[in-house]
Ligand binder design. Structure first.
Ligand code: BGP
Length: 465
């Protein structure tokens, strides 16, 4: 029997986001964000045509939800403040109903012994700002800093853990390369500008935070460890390093080291795609790095050297001009999401943060398994027996524990996610929650087997097997 015990005061909980859980109800004063807008334009893009309007009814059920968090062992919980709920047009007047809602939510968490972790931007650009160019525009950076300051002023007396962005690479790649976020373009130059502007916006918010507040502020990055097909083949290794520069170090380096990776800058220069910026911007980025890092980990990236010489794809350069993906035989898959499950990846990330990023304090801010058709696993008492999710969590925690034993500065583990929620264009296809949500019954909640497991995990600060 092996005992996996985690450090004292380890954060156990889960992550979610405002746009994926809250929904939108009469007279709540929320404005449109790009998801509300895109769904109205193209409902067919969303699984079973389910949009963000009701999400998981979190706006209605949040008090009950916080009791369920307690029942599932949460000592901490992350969500985001919806920009378009708080400031319906992105800039300008503040929605007082949103202030009351978030105040109550935060107070209720604290009253129940759950530390609030609050993120500012989770893919939810207000439409009024998207019409001005979204993250391509400096106006959005200014508006974002105003939004951030407003949140710090309103809630900073009680919220001590803040995040500037969740996975900022995703709006860049989803919106401007691979077309799974609005505005659905394929334009590397735009993707680079969006990424730069997000990094700058983050640094400017951090600057404001440190001037006025006394808690901690960080960023949440989806760190996807990149493995070469053959680690003894220099061409594969080089390809993996370029992929890592595009998708991991592009945000890790400015957030933690205050600088963009040199190899990536060289490539972007060769492509003549250096984003618009000033010397002052670079100084802000270099001086305002994060206090701690949230790591989202779902899957590895496997890469091989390009079969054909570096080719400029059609008219549009793409990151994949520099590497090919490697389809490793025998890999373990989550067939519903189409993502490889590789538990050791979590260990490798922690060791990279320890060795290459000064062992900055960090925590696992998302890790989880989305499964389709979970109603197959309902037992006679109406509970979903999601043993696969329990195994998934344990498999990752064993490796996380090993990394901590070897000195990684990891302070907690948050599962994605608390209750089944709305997954962007996948809507409710894959369910991730510790709690099942029945959309046919106004979002009725039922704890899954994994929810009871999580309670024990938190209570014993680990597990044995
Ligand atoms: C992360 C996002 C979450 C969440 C999760 C699961 O990238 O931060 O918002 O959605 O992935 O992925 P998906 O919803 O695409 O299945």
């Amino acid at each position: 029997m092996t005992v996996y015990r985690f450090p004292k005061d380890f954060f156990w909980g889960s992550a979610s986001s405002g746009p994926q859980t809250e929904g939108r109800f009469n007279n709540d004063g929320k404005g449109d964000n790009i998801w509300d807008y895109w769904y109205r334009q193209e409902p067919d893009k969303f699984f079973n045509q389910v949009g963000p309007d009701k999400a998981s009814y979190g706006y209605i059920h949040y008090k009950e939800d916080i009791q369920l968090m307690k029942k599932t062992g949460h000592n901490s919980f992350r969500t985001s403040i919806q920009w378009s709920r708080l400031i319906p047009d992105g800039v300008g007047s503040i929605n007082q109903k949103a202030v009351a809602f978030y105040n109550d939510f935060i107070d209720e968490l604290i009253a129940n012994g759950i530390e609030p972790f609050i993120n500012l931007y989770h893919f939810d650009m207000p439409v009024a700002l998207q019409e001005e160019g979204g993250w391509l525009s400096r106006k959005t950076i200014d508006a974002y800093v105003y939004f951030a300051q407003t949140c710090f002023q309103l809630f900073g007396d009680r919220v001590k853990y803040w995040f500037t962005h969740n996975e900022p690479i995703v709006p860049a790649e989803g919106g401007y390369l691979y077309q799974f976020h609005y505005p659905n373009e394929q334009n590397l130059k735009h993707a680079v500008q969006v990424a730069f502007n997000e990094a700058l916006a983050s640094a400017r918010a951090i600057e404001k935070y440190h001037q006025t507040q006394d808690g901690k502020i960080g960023i949440i990055l989806n760190v996807t460890p990149t493995y070469p097909r053959d680690k003894n083949n220099p061409e594969d290794v080089k390809a993996a390093s370029i992929a890592d520069a595009f998708f991991n170090r592009s945000f890790l380096d400015p957030a933690i080291k205050g600088q963009f990776p040199k190899d990536l800058v060289t490539i972007i220069k060769e492509l003549d795609m250096i984003p618009h910026h000033t010397a002052a911007d670079l100084e802000v980025i270099s001086k305002n790095t994060i206090d701690f890092l949230g790591v989202n980990y779902y899957q590895p990236r496997r890469v091989q050297a390009k079969e054909k010489a570096i080719g400029k794809t059609a008219n549009q350069p793409m990151p994949e001009d520099y590497f090919d993906y490697y389809d490793m035989p025998g890999k373990k898959m989550n067939p519903y999401r189409g993502w490889e499950i590789y538990e050791k990846g979590i260990y490798d990330i922690m060791i990279t943060i320890r060795d290459d990023y000064g062992n900055i304090p960090c925590f696992i801010s998302e890790n989880g398994m989305g499964v389709e058709g979970e109603e197959r696993y309902v037992n006679k008492d109406g509970q979903i027996e999601d043993d696969y999710r329990i195994e998934f969590i344990k498999g990752h925690l064993r490796y996380l524990h090993q990394a901590i034993e070897e000195g990684a500065n990891c302070l907690g583990y948050h599962l994605w996610t608390f209750m089944d929620n709305w997954s962007w264009t996948n809507a409710y296809k894959n369910r991730y929650g510790l709690i099942a949500v029945n959309l046919d019954k106004q979002g009725e909640r039922t704890i899954k087997k994994s929810g009871y497991f999580f309670k024990e995990l938190s209570k014993y600060n680990g597990f044995e097997d």
